[in-house]
Design a protein around this ligand. Structure first.
Ligand code: GLC
Length: 539
């Protein structure tokens, strides 16, 4: 990494799931004025960038990920004036704002799709993937289950949707589609946003003849074929196509032509969680950064953490910047995936030490800084379409989308009305106010680590070095510049360990600890799930 990384290469991003963050008008749905009122809390936490889940008008068949108008902001969120106020206040507080760009598909209620389905020879006739049927032209499967082709009664034809039938895929091979999306990027950059998170960007380009995907021959593939065909295929023709490169280059050129540094960070859809795939699409003529899901599938184990860090640093070597995404609105909560009964909070305090000391972009999903567990939503209250469809096999994503708990008021002060999803039952005791008041809380540990991340040169711009081999219990890494070296050490086990610093390294000061830690110049004793950030002198 260069001595002076750009802002996005060391950003601490906070993902605001807008519907569930803060309601300002009592309708039970979070909105932009509500979120704006909480921006000082985020600045205080030490965040420098916020990513807003989709803000555009949407019939909410996939809660905003089905956009009906890319130029507008949904009334339920306060409309465009509320976004203006939100961005202005964020900027005044020194926070950058990323919008969620959902450009693989639109809503079936978007004017483009309405026009496309009713006038095949009209101006939008070729903006989506149509097939005259009666059978689908290929074996592609929807991420949300079943085939990726649905019969449209209006036109009598079939159309492609990689997600729900209400989310028809745009035909990115059409230059008019490309231009419309590029114009939209430019529009929001002119508005003043600082970048986009690009939803499932690696799905945009499709095989020109829409060729069949090969079926996987491994056991998973053979079983999944009948239950969830999406997982049974190698997505070589509907994803990660070579045609994508020039689309990303055009998007990058638009971002680079602005008078301030903007960022494009893509969400890589990849059920094999390979870093290399995400890294392929990053670079000076493509995306700045890409999210991927390896951490969402990494077990709580020191060797597994070590391997995940090592592999990611390797894949994003050569001038690329890694991203550290531990949770989001699509996956079961961090505290539930990595929890262990009464040790859960201790583990959750260790997470920010490990995550936020690493170089690159770190992303914190709202509520994870409180250790919010996955909620079990009763069947009648399930909102997420895949949850409704696959219940009880899959209960959907509502459990990680419950509203934020700010204090001990009813509904955690999220709303004065009835929340669209219930809060997690823990909210009277697990909320921002309670944890802010307690110095050793999960929230306070995030805050302390975010502060170190900004103020210590080794953490801002230092190289990172991992031990050559993993240990059974301890994950550690060193960040170092020519002037300063900082070591992070974390005990992932339930037993006390005594850890010796590498030969020649001497601890000179403790910057932050969680759990029981006792350090001397040459070794650190760490209680169960304890961690330390120490300044060290090197030979
Ligand atoms: C992304 C979003 C997810 C959405 C899907 C389709 O994976 O994170 O919430 O359902 O794309 O847009």
């Amino acid at each position: 990494m260069s001595a002076d990384p750009p802002w996005w290469a060391r950003a601490a991003v906070y993902q605001i799931y807008l519907r569930s963050f803060q309601d300002s008008d009592g309708d039970g749905v979070g909105d932009l004025d509500g979120a704006r009122s909480r921006l000082p809390d985020l600045a205080d936490l030490g965040i420098d960038t916020v990513w807003l889940s989709p803000v555009h008008p949407s019939p909410d068949r996939d809660f905003g990920y089905d956009v009906a108008d890319y130029d507008d902001v949904a009334a339920v969120y306060g409309g465009t004036p509320a976004l203006r106020r939100f961005v202005d206040v964020a900027h005044d507080l020194g926070l950058r704002v990323l919008l969620d760009g959902v450009f693989n598909h639109t809503s079936d209620q978007h004017a483009w799709f309405r026009s496309s389905r009713s006038q095949p020879d009209g101006p939008h006739g070729d903006w989506y993937h149509w097939h005259d049927g009666p059978h689908p032209p290929n074996n592609w499967a929807s991420t949300f289950g079943g085939p990726a082709w649905t019969h449209d009664p209006t036109s009598g034809r079939l159309y492609l949707h990689s997600f729900a039938p209400e989310q028809p895929d745009l035909n990115w091979a059409n230059p008019d589609v490309q231009q419309a999306i590029f114009d939209n990027l430019a529009h929001w950059f002119d508005f003043g946003i600082d970048g986009f998170r690009l939803d499932v960007f690696n799905n945009y380009a499709k095989h020109p003849q829409l060729a069949d995907n090969p079926w996987r021959t491994d056991l998973l593939g053979r079983v999944a074929r009948f239950i969830y065909p999406f997982l049974a295929q190698d997505h070589i023709h509907d994803r990660d196509r070579p045609e994508l490169a020039h689309l990303l280059a055009r998007m990058r050129a638009i971002a680079d032509s602005a008078d301030r540094p903007l960022v494009l960070v893509g969400e890589t859809l990849d059920e094999r969680f390979e870093y290399d795939r995400a890294a392929t699409w990053c670079g000076p003529d493509r995306l700045h950064l890409a999210f991927h899901f390896r951490w969402l599938h990494t077990r709580w184990s020191a060797p597994d953490f070590h391997a995940a860090i090592r592999d990611q640093l390797a894949a994003f070597g050569g001038g690329l910047t890694p991203t550290w995404v531990l949770g989001n609105h699509d996956f079961p909560r961090l505290a539930t995936r990595w929890g262990a009964g009464r040790h859960t909070d201790a583990r959750m305090r260790l997470v920010p030490l490990l995550q936020l000391g690493l170089p690159g972009m770190a992303v914190v999903y709202q509520g994870d800084e409180l250790g919010t567990p996955e909620a079990r939503i009763p069947r009648k209250q399930i909102q997420d379409p895949p949850g409704k469809r696959f219940w009880p096999l899959y209960r959907g994503r509502d459990g990680c989308r419950t509203p934020m708990a700010w204090d001990a008021h009813p509904h955690g002060a999220f709303t004065t009305g009835t929340p669209w999803l219930p809060l997690h039952p823990d909210h009277p005791t697990r909320n921002v106010a309670v944890q802010r008041a307690r110095p050793g809380s999960i929230w306070s540990t995030y805050r302390a680590m975010l502060h170190l991340r900004r103020t210590h040169p080794a953490l801002v711009e230092g190289q990172v070095t991992l031990p050559l081999s993993p240990s059974a219990a301890v994950v550690t890494y060193l960040r170092h510049t020519s002037r300063q070296a900082v070591r992070v050490v974390a005990n992932l086990s339930s037993k006390e360990v005594s850890w010796r610093l590498p030969r020649g390294e001497v601890a000179t000061g403790t910057l932050l600890t969680t759990g029981f830690c006792a350090s001397s110049a040459r070794s650190i004793t760490l209680g169960p799930y304890a961690g330390a950030v120490v300044e060290v002198d090197q030979p």
